[in-house]
Design a binder for this molecule. Sequence first.
Ligand code: HEC
Length: 146
Amino acid sequence: MKKFVVAGMLCLAAVAGAGQSANATSILGWQIGGKAAALPHEIIPLDTPQPSSEVFTPAQIATGAKFYGAYCTICHGGPVNPDLRRSALLQSKDAFRQVVIGGSLSQNGMASFAAYMKPADAEGIRAYLNGQAQALLAEERKKTAR
Ligand code: HEC
């Protein structure tokens, strides 16, 4: 059993099945307080970005970029946690706010940021990410059109 830290969360990992057959070896990981899960071996298709068609102001987007960079990239800028450009929650101001300010996913390691920002700042993050999601969608559509 090994202990390691992923993006500030203490995790435990163990190699199961080692020594029996190379193919049967799998890595099991647990996040403290989280659910046990075998790390996937197969490639899981990424969700297609589904940005909202709402129009945000440049000020909202600028605020969002600042807050996203300061508070979110550390966990969401890598391969482990959800890529927020692909989150269906970008569609809904209320749903996004419930997670970021309300802490509705805090049991899963996504804490409330109510102590660090106002709801309007969280909405700015949604505005910023929505633009990023639109850009990603356009990029991926170009690739599949080839
Ligand atoms: C300490 C790590 C950490 C930080 C920092 C963090 N998140 Fe998360 N976030 C998570 C994890 C883990 C999940 C997955 C929770 C789950 O599986 O239910 C998540 C999930 C989410 C989701 C749900 C995505 C979906 O489609 O299911 C949203 C929205 C989100 N985070 C927004 C943010 C925003 C905005 C910030 C910055 C203000 C932020 N997070 C900062 C760890 C983090």
